[in-house]
Design a binder for this molecule. Structure first.
Ligand SMILES: Nc1ncnc2c1ncn2[C@@H]1O[C@H](COP(=O)(O)OP(=O)(O)OP(=O)(O)O)[C@@H](O)[C@H]1O
Ligand SMILES: [Mg+2]
Length: 406
């Protein structure tokens, strides 16, 4: 703003200064050209015919004692008034502007040889040196200059205000994504610290119990050691998740694409996790189109599928349904993981992809061993973004559907 203001102020000042100089020069030139003094008595016959445009001037001849002796004028003023003009002009030094008869004038004082006249106006026939004062009325041109000054000031204020508003809007707009990222970063650090605190306090508390029973055998203290192990495992999971996120979101880490059979990959992943569906007595429905071959990073795709399948098992009720489908369509492979269970609003589902977001009160139960950190879906989303795919969640009559396509 300061730089722009300086540029505007300087350019407007230059405009005014140039106009001021031009007007001044014009007036000086007019004053010079309008200098005409009568060789004898004043009479209209003595006036040159090409004085058009200089009718704003008058010329006075003044004798040594400062008395006006001859007048050449387009104005109708009295002898006293002309004398007054001569007095003002002679009392001032330099060719400044003077005020007279409510007008502004510039003038010159020069010595010239002129024909001497008798008091009755008759020529004596001698040439004498006399002071010649030439006046020019510059009221209108100075008024025009003033108007220009006011116009420039108003234009400058309006321009500066406009520039200020525009800068404000654009600066805010430019800062917005940066400040959003900054806020998100702060939130992330605070959430991550919070999540680390819980398992750490579990470990410390159990360590204190162990220390207060030093004489006991390890065998008899297994309970406390087990709690400590749970805390340590949770910290390991959290740190692995955070590292995963950092790695995926690092634009410098390139993905290694290779051809692989997605159908086989997903079928194998389901096999390895089937024990968990049995635990909860979940009815698993599969609709996997065979031989879907894609060009992508198999490890990352497996990670996404595992996150979705893990959630489906975790968030469905005992004896619930989970169905998985994989279809190839128009150069894309689409995988859907659906699970029955309590209906979740689409609003909640949209937030599920945020880091550390957990629906309902699961945050309070985060000390329990199978409570998640709310990072799974954000990792899945980051991976899918990196693989140029799409991931979405939807609430249907048949349950919650998470699907991704690559
Ligand atoms: N299949 C699902 N059915 C119902 N709710 C779900 C499902 N998947 C995710 N959610 C909701 O979205 C939230 C975020 O899921 P996300 O996988 O990111 O975290 P998490 O499962 O809680 O923990 P993490 O995966 O890090 O162990 C969950 O806490 C849950 O409330
Ligand atoms: Mg999860």
């Amino acid at each position: 703003m300061i730089m722009i203001s300086l540029v505007i102020i300087i350019s407007f000042s230059v405009i005014y200064f140039v106009s001021y100089q031009n007007t001044k020069n014009d007036n000086r030139q007019k004053l010079e050209m309008s200098l005409y003094y009568p060789s004898s008595t004043y009479s209209s016959a003595n006036l040159p015919t090409d004085l058009a445009g200089y009718d704003l001037s008058f010329t006075l001849l003044v004798n040594d004692s400062g008395k006006v002796t001859q007048i050449r004028s387009f104005f109708e003023l009295t002898q006293e008034e002309y004398q007054q003009a001569a007095d003002i002009a002679l009392s001032q030094h330099g060719g400044s502007t003077i005020r007279f008869q409510d007008k502004q004038w510039i003038y010159t004082v020069e010595n010239h040889l002129v024909t001497e006249v008798w008091p009755n106006g008759q020529s004596t026939g001698y040439l004498v040196e006399q002071r010649v004062i030439n006046f020019l009325d510059v009221t209108t041109s100075l008024a025009a200059l003033n108007r220009l000054l006011i116009t420039l000031i108003v234009a400058m204020v309006v321009t500066l205000a406009g520039v200020f508003l525009i800068s404000l809007v654009f600066a805010n707009r430019a800062i917005k994504p940066i400040s959003n990222t900054w806020e998100a970063q702060k939130q992330f650090v605070s959430d991550a610290s919070h999540e680390l605190k819980t398992p750490l306090s579990t470990i410390t508390a159990n360590y204190d119990v162990l220390m207060s029973n030093k004489e006991e055998t390890v065998e008899s203290q297994m309970k406390w050691l087990g709690y400590m192990k749970i805390g340590i495992d949770r910290m390991i999971k959290l740190i692995n998740d955070l590292l995963s996120l950092a790695k995926i979101e690092d634009i410098n880490v390139k993905i290694s694409k290779e051809r692989f059979d997605l159908s086989a990959l997903i079928s194998a992943a389901i096999e390895t996790m089937q024990a968990r569906t049995h635990e909860k007595n979940i009815n698993l429905e599969l609709d996997i189109q065979p031989n879907i071959v894609i060009d992508s990073d198999a490890e990352l795709v497996l990670q996404v599928f595992t996150i979705l399948f893990d959630n489906a098992i975790k968030y469905t009720e005992e004896n619930g349904d989970v169905s998985i489908s994989l279809q190839g369509a128009k150069n894309r492979a689409v995988c859907q993981v659906r699970n029955s269970g309590e209906a979740i609003s689409n609003e909640t589902l949209a937030k599920a992809f945020d880091r550390f977001y957990r629906a309902d009160s699961s945050r309070t139960s985060s000390a329990s061993e199978n409570a998640g950190f709310g990072l799974g879906l954000s990792i899945a989303k980051a991976i899918i973004n990196k693989l140029d795919g799409e991931i979405s969640a939807e609430n249907t009559e048949a349950g919650t559907v998470f699907s991704f396509s690559i």
